[in-house]
Design a protein around this ligand. Sequence first.
Ligand SMILES: *[C@@H]1O[C@H](CO)[C@@H](O)[C@H](O)[C@H]1NC(C)=O
Ligand SMILES: *[C@@H]1O[C@H](CO)[C@@H](O)[C@H](O)[C@H]1NC(C)=O
Ligand SMILES: *[C@@H]1O[C@H](CO)[C@@H](O)[C@H](O)[C@H]1NC(C)=O
Length: 497
Amino acid sequence: MEMINGHDPKPHAILFPYPLQGHVIPAVHLAVKLASRGFTITFVNTLSVHHQIVKSSQPGTTADNDDIFAGARKSGLDIRYKTISDGFPLGFDRSLNHDQFWEGVRYVFSAHVDELVGNMVGSEPPVTCLIADTFFVWTSMIASKYNLVNISFWTEPALVLSLYYHLDLLIKNGHFAKSHDNRKDTIKYIPGVEAIEPEDLMSYLQSTDTSTTVHRIIYQAFSDVKKADFILCNTVQELESDTISALQQKQPIYPIGPIFPSGFAKSSVATSLWSESNCTNWLDSKPTGSVLYVSFGSYAHASKRDIEEIAYGLLLSQVNFVWVLRPDIVSSDETDILPVGYEDQIKGRGLIVTWCCQIEVISHPAIGGFMTHCGWNSVLESVWCGVPLLAHPLLTDQFTNRKLVVDDWRIGLNLVDDHHKGKTITRDEAAEKISRLMGGKGGDDHELRKNIQEAKKILENALTKIGSSEKNLTQFIKDVTLKMIQKKYNYNKNIKH
Ligand SMILES: *[C@@H]1O[C@H](CO)[C@@H](O)[C@H](O)[C@H]1NC(C)=O
Ligand SMILES: *[C@@H]1O[C@H](CO)[C@@H](O)[C@H](O)[C@H]1NC(C)=O
Ligand SMILES: *[C@@H]1O[C@H](CO)[C@@H](O)[C@H](O)[C@H]1NC(C)=O
């Protein structure tokens, strides 16, 4: 067996990201982080994700079309790459046939995983760890079958993990799964969460129909996570210390975030599922802090009406903007989204692209604000760049992340106040909020900018040599190694057929 430090066995982890853009990105950077600390990693993308990345990647990003990590390996990291079927043909529209796709991921995917892991028996160094996204439902089954150290990778804030983790308490207290009779009062009984309004729960915990595929995935995944040996979390101890400490009482959880590409530069490993427009030249022509960056991420959909109100809000606000407008933002069969003649009206001050390298755009000095769905990667990246946010959550954890951004950390504004009460966007409110964020009259931006600088410091400190995330990563590696030894090097021997 290979050794690190002369006596410890070298860990070899198979890493499975969830097949969604927002999960693949931090998983790739986690792979790099662990490999640079001595792990061997086998990174497994679905064929569908792999093909989309290869189709979108620009020359120079990927050295070898069949292996997104070829470049990283040349630089000395032991990251191997495999692809696996998610059970559907490549041409299948996973966004349009959402439920069918997730049902497939729930039932069929694990058989492919089982086969792949089974075929890796005998690899060198031997596979010792399984790192799977927390949303997968098969982790314990595979980990125990192959006697692997089981590690759950959580790509959202600890607050969200904690709420899913305590689903039983939400049910018992009548805040969830009571159909139309869910309690509406403040939730005050989740360990490590002082208080949260029901409207700030993840969208799936607010819906009245709790029998959907996604709900079944949630029930399974968050009972499974309780059996994991370790949980890795893309957050920072000092940002969410009460929540993390409470979880820590139940299970070893290591906040090691923010997990970014090194130097916060465009990653040398291709991760993007769409081809990216280069906005740099356009941004170079704009004054510092004058441009609002607008993006609602890779996954959620918005209504055509809301997109139209935002479009006019941007027009009325008169700020410069870069707007990432996915062609399928409304739906993949509704592509005619913007008002007629809109693009002529914004010439010179608005740039609309279908996708971009967010890290490159948001770190450009011309950017002064970020209108966002509050996806967790976006929040972390915005904090890192000290760019205050205008929050417009659409789905899943984004509602909960909004609470952190706007109510707790005060680093952003709501795009729509009283969003909870069913109030929808109007162009006038959008314009007013945009100009408040960007420092127009009655602006709150001074306070926001001060707070976000403090949050940014927390992230920066966490990643220094003596910072909490670095120390936690070191602790994690020690604990994994110990667990491997406890398992008596029995990997690949105890396999139950
Ligand atoms: C993970 O491994 C531990 C022992 O190392 C075991 O008790 C637990 O059941 C396993 N959990 C999963 C999810 O396989
Ligand atoms: C975008 O363009 C700028 C300036 O031309 C260049 O420096 C940068 O590398 C480009 N980015 C990508 C991702 O190609
Ligand atoms: C992570 O770091 C924080 C701050 O140094 C510390 O309090 C916490 O115990 C660490 N967690 C683990 C799992 O080592």
